[in-house]
Design a protein around this ligand. Sequence first.
Ligand SMILES: Cc1ncc(COP(=O)(O)OP(=O)(O)O)c(N)n1
Ligand SMILES: Cc1ncsc1CCOP(=O)(O)O
Ligand SMILES: [Mg+2]
Length: 224
Amino acid sequence: MIEDELDPGFADLFDPQDRAPCELYLISPLDVGGDFADRLAAALDAGPVAAFQLRLKGHDDHAIARAAEPLMKICAEREVAFIVNDSVSLAKRLGADGVHLGQGDGDPREARAVLGPNAQIGVTCHDSRHLAMEAGEAGADYIAFGAFFPTSTKETSHRPEPSILSWWSRLFEMPCVAIGGITPANAKVLVDAGADFVAVCNAVWGHEQGPAAAITEFQGVLGR
Ligand SMILES: Cc1ncc(COP(=O)(O)OP(=O)(O)O)c(N)n1
Ligand SMILES: Cc1ncsc1CCOP(=O)(O)O
Ligand SMILES: [Mg+2]
């Protein structure tokens, strides 16, 4: 595989185990109505969370902006980064901390020009080392690999091996996010491989005992 040939062989340049502890990156459910604001607050109060991504589909910007307002406040009060999925213009309009871009969601360079130097810009890289290096060159702040495990949250067609996280974290300081079907029961392999963040949706919002219980369970497996 051509991408494997890009590995220059500096296998132990950085040890993934020496990186900062892995942190939680929460992805919103598609419906943030009803009591979701209370559920978000409960989740964020249950343990450290680095970032929350508002991931809504099929709504116009006005509706997303209305939904975002109380959630942004909850995040800001707890110093949790508020990331908008898909839309640079919406991230700008909301004054969000950053934007997450898929491969079809726009160019990180244009996002930087619009959002400025302090914005967090993340880029989906599926299972591709090539896309990850491209995103790094384009000025991304983090790259995301996935889906590592089966998920019903999104249709996915890429299934990286955890070793892609080790490869990345040995060579680059830029943080890498692992996403896709991650639960407290399967996260450890990604943490040990070098994930800087695990991005999670269903394991938190769909947890039988509620989101706070999920956050507590994740805390038990995020240490290296
Ligand atoms: C942290 C993180 N990683 C990956 C994705 C997926 O982004 P994308 O490929 O654009 O798919 P959608 O989420 O837009 O359906 C993400 N949102 N966040
Ligand atoms: C948005 C996204 N991108 C790749 S997998 C995925 C879904 C993550 O949600 P879950 O943690 O429920 O699998
Ligand atoms: Mg997208």
